[in-house]
Design a protein around this ligand. Structure first.
Ligand code: NAD
Length: 248
């Protein structure tokens, strides 16, 4: 078991799905988890309750990742309360699925604001405190479709590919400061984001997945916990693919 005792972690979009599972897994490993949410405070509070039920500790941290001022303010206050941020998990993400011909400027702006700009704002707010401690972990949630492509997900897959560029560049920029930056690229995971897909589409995905099933949020969280650990200290700029073999 990886030991994150004494580490302060921020998980963006921690109110449900992969963010919730990641919050619980990090806390179980000993980290104090700041569970970020944008609007659903009640669901995020339930994540904190589950963190405590798992024997961990954490608190709520409300901000919209797409709003640079509120990101700055919230992270600054959290650093003031806890003495730093050690682990940032850029998990908050949205998906507006359209074929190219139906993509609007608004779809692009909205997706980019959360998936790409949000990750940059959060990394920017956390990097100084990490540099000060000469230790840090940034983990960006990308997606299998960043590398494989997927018809109907032109905007989403482009935004998730942008996170890979961000990951690789930050890895190079901050390596000498003791900060590692990696991406986790999930395949098809059972969460609210994927719940709306028709059964036939889900079956199609299962058929393309060598492990023959959909993934669980906890299986993605396990990769995040490893990358956040001391044991992953020589891994930076990499993509860990948690996709059941869907894209190899
Ligand atoms: P989800 O929709 O269940 O959860 C996303 C979370 O992000 C929600 O809590 C939402 O409120 C939050 N969020 C959205 N915009 C935000 C904002 N502006 N500020 C703060 N929080 C915001 O999604 P999920 O399935 O748990 O996915 C989590 C991450 O993993 C996403 O980045 C997603 O793109 C990625 N991912 C998911 C899958 C999958 O199959 N579920 C596959 C590949 C990648």
């Amino acid at each position: 078991m990886f030991d994150l005792t004494g580490k302060i972690a921020v998980v963006t979009g921690g109110s449900r799905g992969i963010g919730r599972a990641t919050s619980i897994s990090l806390a179980r490993a000993g980290a104090y988890v700041l569970v970020n949410y944008r609007s659903n405070e009640e669901a995020a509070a339930e994540t904190v309750r589950l963190v405590e039920e798992a024997g961990g500790q954490g608190e709520l941290l409300g901000f919209d990742v797409a709003d640079p001022e509120s990101v700055e303010r919230a992270i600054k206050e959290a650093v003031g309360r806890h003495g730093g941020i050690d682990i940032l998990v850029n998990n908050a993400g949205i998906s507006i699925d359209q074929l190219l011909l139906r993509v609007s400027a608004k779809d692009l702006e909205t997706t980019w604001a959360t998936n790409v700009n949000g990750a940059v704002y959060c990394a920017k707010a956390c990097i100084r405190p990490m540099m000060k401690k000469r230790w840090g972990r940034i983990i960006n949630l990308s997606s299998v479709v960043a590398e494989s492509g997927n018809p109907g997900q032109v905007v989403y897959s482009a935004s998730k590919a942008a996170l890979l560029g961000l990951t690789r560049t930050l890895a190079r920029e901050y390596a000498t400061r003791g900060i590692t930056v990696n991406a986790v690229a999930p395949g098809f995971i059972e969460t609210d984001m994927t719940a709306e897909l028709p059964d036939a589409a889900k079956q199609g995905i299962v058929d393309q997945t060598p492990l023959g099933r959909i993934g669980r949020p906890e299986e993605v969280a396990a990769a995040v916990v490893f990358l956040a650990s001391e044991e992953a200290s020589y891994i930076t700029g990499q993509v860990v693919r948690v996709n059941g073999g869907m894209h190899v």
